[in-house]
Design a protein around this ligand. Sequence first.
Ligand SMILES: C[S@@+](CC[C@H](N)C(=O)[O-])C[C@H]1O[C@@H](n2cnc3c(N)ncnc32)[C@H](O)[C@@H]1O
Length: 286
Amino acid sequence: MTYRELYFELKKKENKYLNNTAIKTLLQDDGGFNDFFNLISHFDEEVKNLDKINKNIERIMNGEPLQYVLGYAFFVNSNYVVDENVLIPRQETEELAVATLKTIIKMFGKEPKIKIVDIGTGSGILGIYLKEYFPNSHVICTDISENSLKIAKINAKNHNVEIDFRQGDMLEPIKNENDISVVISNPPYIGDSSSVEPQTLKYEPHLALFAEPKTKYYEIIMTLIDSAIMSNKFLIAFEIGEDMKEELTRILEEKYMGIMYKFEKDIYGKDRYLYIIRDEGITYVA
Ligand SMILES: C[S@@+](CC[C@H](N)C(=O)[O-])C[C@H]1O[C@@H](n2cnc3c(N)ncnc32)[C@H](O)[C@@H]1O
């Protein structure tokens, strides 16, 4: 069977899970084609591994996320290994990564030699992405889940970067550190499972999703604002839930009066990022 025949056969079965992106990606993956145009230029070639594609289609039709079926997910500019122990990287988190990169450059220059910590690293995407751009920096990636760190370590190896991985609860793995300049985190922030897609609820690790109360992990990480382990000049970059701005503002105003902070919107206009900065010179975030 050729890619053309299979493509049009699968298009007839298209549904919520086996959507056009899934169909194209499965075929591209089979042929090792890096995009759709590459696939269509090989459209009349025989499919390499039809059995494997059929098995993968069955898993996708059953609702399993495409990224878990393929074993990898695309994040910003490259692929990362994922399995059911790690959250699938989200587009919102790509925005966090890129904006944080720009803000680090503004605050610390293009080749900073600083200490960066990614708390709740999951598949390692944020820490690895920053280490690739800032090879002279010391990047520490932490997670409470040993299984997610196994995946993050594979990703660091695949991306040829040296990361200091540490397992533990929130700030525990960095309690003996000093001079931390950047903390980046996309912690669990969902309070109520009713707002979560059934597919996410069924397949993705609940440890990565839920917090009670939903500000719990932000409050823990925010204690770094007054902590001696931070450098005099620092950036704390968070992804947040779209309904958290008010509550996080209240916490910052009540407990950390005078600290500079800024909420940013995602491309859909939702408040999805919080940047906390201590730096006399900087007045805005990328
Ligand atoms: C929303 S996921 C983010 C994963 C990854 N950074 C990303 O953006 O795709 C939250 C991560 O926090 C980790 N986590 C949950 N509770 C934690 C805790 N108490 N201490 C450290 N990490 C925790 C989870 O295992 C999960 O990997």
